[in-house]
Design a protein around this ligand. Structure first.
Ligand code: PMP
Length: 386
């Protein structure tokens, strides 16, 4: 296709043609039987994708930040102690957001590219009573991945609600919400879930819903309040029309298609594919002699990578050379390291051809910036890994 560029940023991503077709279909009424079916079916499929058979799914028009806001607004009250585990930009954002609701926020912040050790989190939970703990599965600013299972266990052990920001992980990285005991797993449509931007998606555990029902004060955010949305989700799932705010009809139709594609691939297959792609990309970057923001491959995400610019090459010059390749990648995001690295998304329907094309583009940008590499070095390493 003439003029086509490959979108390899960490969201929005390249979407499946069937998803885009659903998005472009004529808009129906939000109470049309066909739409009620789409909505209800999407809610049911979310439980399977999140692996939360008894969870309560929510589909609400908005972005990932709204999903963070919904969990924050419904689960905190003024004066509640909240522990935020931050591995980058989006962890810091969660701390800011929770303070708006009057929460007393303690933040455990990892050094850039690193995680907070589980023992440090456990010590904090031992020493102080918290109502809620939030953490980011994959912080898109650092490409660091936190293992959710041990934190879910700590939440159970210390009676703390846990919220996982899975905006850059749901549908790509392994999450077993219910088995791991995580109370809210939230995301947005535009990443590994595979739908253009515009939907805030989350699944809440029974315990989270109970905690919300037992609040002493009303939810301080009208749009986010589960009192408004829970009856709507229940109605659509029972295939009844209902209204609070007009659903994003076309996006929900696209979501139904995308969740169907995800489940057809199978969750374990999908996680394994992301791991293969992540490993191959990391092998290529290492072969090209570039560093990475995550301090070790064990904590690197499979949905995106954050390679450092080649040493001696200005970030701006490298990004300019990249843009001449028709592969779109993203710049750095973490304020303190912003000019030292770039980010490549490799999630959702990404395939090995996309990956090889991207690695080829990185090689040609390096060569354009006078880096002494042998063409094909990164591609060979990726192919060997694949
Ligand atoms: N959390 C993480 C981990 C993210 O990557 C993002 C988006 N990049 C957000 C939250 C916020 O999502 P949105 O931009 O859709 O508001």
């Amino acid at each position: 296709m003439k003029g086509r560029k490959l979108l390899m940023i960490p969201g929005p991503i390249e979407f499946e043609p069937a998803v885009l077709r659903a998005l472009g279909a004529p808009t129906t009424s939000h109470v049309a039987p066909s739409f009620i079916e789409s909505f209800g079916h999407s809610l049911e499929m979310m439980r399977e994708v999140w692996m939360a058979p008894s969870g309560q799914p929510f589909i609400i028009a908005g972005t990932g930040t709204l999903a963070m806001d919904i969990a924050g607004a419904n689960l905190t009250e003024p004066g509640d102690n909240v522990l935020v585990i931050s591995t980058g930009y989006f962890g810091d954002r969660y701390a800011d957001l929770l303070k708006r609701y009057g929460a007393s926020v303690t933040m455990l912040k990892a050094a850039p590219g690193d995680v907070v050790p589980t023992e440090v989190i456990e010590n904090e939970l031992k020493n102080k009573k918290y109502k809620l703990l939030t953490f980011t599965h994959v912080d898109t600013s650092t490409a660091v991945q936190v293992k959710p299972e041990p934190i879910g266990k700590l939440g159970k052990k210390y009676g703390v609600l846990t919220t996982l920001d899975g905006v850059c992980s749901v549908g790509g990285e392994r999450i077993l919400q219910e088995e791991w005991g995580i109370d809210v797993v939230l995301t947005a449509s535009q990443k590994a879930v595979g739908v253009p931007p515009g939907l805030a998606l989350l699944v809440a555990s029974k315990k989270a819903i109970e905690a919300w029902k037992n609040r002493r004060s009303p939810v301080a955010n009208y749009y986010a309040d589960w009192s408004n949305w829970l009856p709507i989700m229940e109605a659509y799932e029972q295939r009844r029309p209902s209204y609070f705010g007009t659903p994003a009809v076309n996006l929900v139709a696209a979501l139904e298609v995308s969740l169907g594609i995800i489940l057809k691939e199978g969750m374990e297959n999908r996680f394994a594919r992301h791991e293969r792609i992540g490993n191959a990309f990391r092998a290529a970057i290492a072969a090209l002699g570039l560093g990475m923001i995550p301090t070790s491959p064990e904590i690197a995400a499979n949905t995106l990578s954050a390679p450092r610019y080649p040493s001696g090459t200005e970030g701006a010059a490298f990004m300019k050379a990249m843009s001449a390749t028709d592969i779109i990648v993203a710049g750095g995001l973490l304020p303190e390291l912003k000019n030292e690295y770039f980010r490549v998304g490799h999630m959702g329907s990404v395939n090995r051809n996309d990956l090889i094309a991207t690695i080829g583009a990185i090689e040609s940008a390096m060569i354009a910036c006078d880096n002494k590499i042998k063409p094909g070095t990164g591609i060979s390493a990726a192919l060997a890994s694949l």
